[in-house]
Design a protein around this ligand. Structure first.
Ligand code: BGC
Length: 497
């Protein structure tokens, strides 16, 4: 056999194996259906009283946010907002003008790496860092308010984008960290108290943390503030915001649920809310934890390895681990390493140890790299070659790159298809599409994947049409990018506090 023959055979074997990998990542209509109905059941279980639907169990947490109304854009006032949700901390002041518009000043800081990566870091170290950054911001932009604040407290809304067991609008204990944070000492503690104590210690006791919110709730509120119930100028149809969600480093969503259905709130609390004329409350689903029991979620060898070997919270947030930006690159890395092990890829490296160090490093492959490969139509996949060289120091042949692109597209398509499941399920459970004749709905979304990953939104729409919503349902859904949830949304929470 000639040298060329050997290569041709290897190329063929690789393509055949990639066919199998792509198949494993495929979600068809019947799977979408099964997932959607299981999601609806999981929502119902999560709303049950503690025990059955307890947030620390494997169930989807379904956390009552204690926000009971949607803003309509006429709200006014000046509020502070702080946001911890990923590797950045943002503190801002938001002035709501009452005409859907606002002005904002902000300070963004990256969380020091030692707080994220070192063992034995304490809550005190994290929250005192947040309080010190808050002090820097206020001294720079609002020294005047600090002085006035002695008589009128400065209300702060805190967007904390991790699962918390919320006890009221201004209190919640951390259930578990996600997205790479791992400060064990914080689990089970009230994050509002932790932050307030450090603010007080910084001499900022005029700043009062009055509301705790999740980024999805903030996204929903800010979308409502910006758009209200919008009427299409062409058709006159009303489209109403019904879901707030994030598809970024992590994924999650919230929606308005009837208070009568939120059985996990005590009878006393529900009666009080009814007396106040409240009918609905926003539920933070924490859908990243959908089907932690793996009853219906698709499972590949790569998903198992990532969860068990490389993630800080094995057994939890398994839906997020198949969808979000933090994991898409890691899934690809695991597939590539497996195909190398099978001697189908990167055969110039004889052993695993010889592979480029970056390809052996968990979470080194960023989803941004996948977004370039996804749409690479250059000759011989030059763009892909460049990306893999730059990000992983990994040389590749044109055929390898062609196959890698197929794998990338299978991973992103599965991510987008799974992302459609909670949207379809919530619309069905709440009957949102049938509230008005010809009524339409808006989904306010934020996050790098939904905003920037090429084709993500249109694949999500394809899946909505295939889901039990069908094409007629899908046509009534408007996916809108909603910005500034953690600023405007948190300010709106502080306003109602
Ligand atoms: C967190 C959620 C958050 C989502 C998006 C998830 O990992 O558990 O609370 O809303 O990421 O940021």
């Amino acid at each position: 056999m000639t040298f060329e023959d050997v290569h041709a055979r290897r190329d063929q074997a690789l393509s055949k194996r990639v066919d199998e990998v792509c198949k494993e990542f495929t979600i068809d209509k019947s799977k979408l259906e099964e997932l959607t109905y299981h999601f609806i059941d999981s929502m119902k279980i999560g709303l049950e009283p503690q025990g059955k639907g307890h947030a620390t169990s494997k169930n989807m947490p379904m956390i009552p946010s204690f926000v009971t109304a949607k803003p309509n854009g006429t709200e006014t006032g000046l509020f502070l907002a702080a946001d911890l949700g990923g590797t950045n901390f943002r503190i801002c002041s938001v002035e709501l003008h009452g005409d859907h518009s606002f002005t904002m000043q902000q300070l963004k800081s990256s969380i020091p790496e030692e707080l994220l990566e070192e063992e034995g870091v304490t809550s005190h170290e994290l929250f005192s860092y947040l309080a010190r950054r808050t002090a820097v911001f206020l001294k720079k932009h609002h020294d005047d308010l600090l002085k006035d604040g002695e008589s009128t407290p400065l209300k702060l809304g805190f967007t904390f984008s991790f699962p918390v067991e919320q006890k009221g609008l201004d209190s919640g204990t951390l259930i578990r960290w996600t997205k790479g944070f791992n400060i064990q000492d914080t689990v089970g503690k009230d994050v509002v108290q932790l932050y307030q104590k450090e603010l007080d210690d910084q001499g900022l006791s005029s700043v009062k943390v009055v509301a705790l919110t999740n980024d999805t709730v903030g996204t929903f509120l800010s979308h409502c503030y910006n758009s209200g119930d919008s009427v299409s100028s062409l058709s006159g149809e009303i489209s109403e915001p019904v879901i707030g969600c994030i598809f970024g480093t992590g994924t999650n969503g919230c929606y308005l649920e009837k208070i009568d259905n939120i059985k996990k709130l005590s009878e006393e609390v529900r009666d009080k809310l009814r007396e106040e004329g409240k009918t609905h409350m926003i539920i933070n689903t924490e859908w990243g934890s959908f089907d932690n029991e793996l009853k219906v979620l698709p499972v590949t060898k790569y998903d198992i390895d990532i969860d068990q070997k490389y993630s800080p919270n094995p057994g939890y947030h398994l839906f997020e681990k198949r969808i979000s930006g933090m994991f898409m690159g890691e899934i690809l890395r695991n597939v590539l390493v497996q195909l190398h092990k099978e001697r189908l890829l990167f055969c110039q490296y004889k052993t695993y140890e010889q592979l480029p160090h970056r390809l052996r490093t968990p979470f080194e492959l960023n989803s941004e790299v996948l977004s370039h490969i996804e749409i690479d139509d250059s000759t011989d996949f030059r763009e892909t070659e460049l990306c893999l060289n730059q990000s992983l120091r990994l040389p590749t042949t044109p055929h390898e790159r062609q196959e890698i692109q197929r794998i990338v597209r299978a991973i992103s398509r599965r991510s987008a298809f799974l992302s459609a499941v909670p949207i379809a399920a919530i619309l069905i459970k709440t009957g949102a599409l049938h509230k008005r004749f010809h009524g339409e709905v808006e989904i306010g979304c934020d996050g790098s994947v939904v905003e920037y990953y090429p084709g993500f939104r249109s694949m999500l729409r394809d899946a909505l049409a295939l889901s039990p919503l069908g094409p007629e349902g899908e046509r009534k859904v408007h996916i809108k990018i909603a910005k500034d949830g953690s600023g405007v949304g948190a300010a709106l929470c502080a306003l109602v506090a």
